[in-house]
Each structure stands twice: as structure tokens, then as C-alpha cells.
Design a binder for this molecule. Structure first.
Ligand SMILES: N[C@@H](CCC(=O)N[C@@H](CS)C(=O)NCC(=O)O)C(=O)O
Length: 208
């Protein structure tokens, strides 16, 4: 069977911001109905997730031939190649690497936000490292400032918009930093993007 006709299993939770990136990208590329979501528990040693991805991270994509793809960036590149075109990422040239770099910056916000959340999940109160928390907050603050100075085009749904909207959605949910006040242009971009792009609303954890 051609890979385009095969179903894919996505190991993820509905609340994972990186899983949401993949779910949004799949919708935008018209691949949602090919994807079967199989929840994974990253804390459960018995979960087959660690066989699929030794890092024990979500999302990962299981293909019909037994291959496993991770991480979210690789899965999205795979899906883009499957459908063809360059909806999410330009195929080549400097423009491609500029989009990938901006998307990496957006992912870095999510990575740092997750580390802030994990610090409190894995350590007992009183043992949190304020220095480590400030180090991660600094990454978020600097990356948000860069996007505030140069927000994406609200009319465009590319990899940058997907990664950034998932990062901001995660900040809104977990609130590791207060981002809206100091970043009005970014907040305006986010509001406009969320209102315009159905894949954003459709991939909320509580979307029906
Ligand atoms: N670079 C990875 C990051 C994935 C990631 O950090 N996923 C989180 C959940 S959103 C996770 O699996 N955390 C569990 C862990 O780190 O053990 C990607 O883009 O997919």
C-alpha cells in the first residue's frame, strides 16, 4: 500500500504541546483522518512508548511497516513530504532554514516551559533550584522578545505559526511566566491566528 494510504498511530497525549504541533500540522496538511491517537504515559515505565522511542518522549509516529518516527520536527517533515508541496516549510534554499530556525526558537519556548513544569513535578517543594528556573525563564523571555519584535504573518499557517501557537497555548495553560502584558504584538498575532486557523481550536485538549 502506498504510504499515503496507510494509517499512522500517533503516540501522544491531547495535552502535549509537541503532540499538538503534530496534530495541527496533520490537519493543515489534510492528514488528520489517517492518524489514530494512542495515548502514552511518559512516566509509566511499562508503557510501550519507551520501546517506540528510547527517550520516552512524545510525540512519536508508528508507521504500518514498523518504523517509528520522532520527534515532532521529523514527523512534520515526513507528513509534508508525504502530501508534497511546501505548505509548512519551503522545500529548499535559505527560506527553508529561516523557517526551521524560527520554528526551533518557538520549540525552545516550549522546551523551557516544560522544564519549568518538570522542576516542580519531579522535585519536592523547598528543593526547587531558583537559579535553574530563572535560567529557563530567561530563554522564554528572550525568545518571546524576538517574536515580539518580529511576529509571524497572522494570515499564514506555516511551521513557525504552528510551533509558536502551541508554545503560547502551553504558556497560557501552565502559566510558568506571564507573557501577554510585555508582548502585545505577539498577543495580537496569537488572537488573530487562533481566530483564523481552525486547526488551532480543533486541537485544544478539550475540543470535542
Ligand atoms: N523535541 C521533542 C520534544 C518532545 C517532548 O519534550 N515531549 C514531552 C511532552 S510535550 C515529553 O515527552 N516529556 C517527557 C520526558 O521528557 O520524559 C519534539 O519536538 O517532539
Amino acid at each position: 500500500m502506498s504510504p499515503i494510504l496507510q494509517p499512522f498511530v500517533l503516540r501522544s497525549t491531547l495535552t502535549s504541546p509537541f503532540g499538538r504541533k503534530v496534530r495541527m500540522a496533520a490537519q493543515v496538511l489534510g492528514l488528520s483522518d489517517r492518524i489514530i491517537l494512542m495515548p502514552a504515559d511518559t512516566l509509566d515505565e511499562a508503557d510501550t512508548l519507551r520501546e517506540h522511542n528510547p527517550l520516552g518522549k512524545i510525540p512519536c509516529l508508528l508507521l504500518a511497516d514498523g518504523s517509528v518516527l520522532y520527534d515532532s520536527r521529523v514527523i512534520i517533515e515526513f507528513m509534508q513530504e508525504l502530501v508534497g508541496g511546501e505548505t509548512l516549510v519551503p522545500a529548499r534554499g535559505l527560506a527553508r532554514y529561516q523557517v526551521l530556525t524560527r520554528a526551533a526558537l518557538a520549540d525552545g519556548i516550549t522546551d523551557a516551559a516544560l522544564l519549568l513544569v518538570y522542576e516542580k513535578r519531579f522535585r519536592d517543594p523547598g528543593t526547587y533550584s531558583e537559579r535553574w528556573l530563572a535560567h529557563q525563564r530567561g530563554k522564554i523571555t528572550r525568545a518571546l522578545a524576538a517574536f515580539e519584535n518580529n511576529p509571524p504573518d497572522a494570515g499564514k499557517t506555516d511551521l513557525v505559526a504552528i510551533a509558536l501557537s502551541c508554545a503560547l497555548g502551553y504558556l497560557d495553560w501552565r502559566r510558568p511566566v506571564e507573557w501577554r502584558g510585555p508582548h502585545p504584538r505577539l498577543a495580537a498575532w496569537f488572537a488573530e491566528f487562533a481566530a483564523r486557523e481552525p486547526a488551532f481550536e480543533n486541537t485544544r485538549a478539550d475540543a470535542s
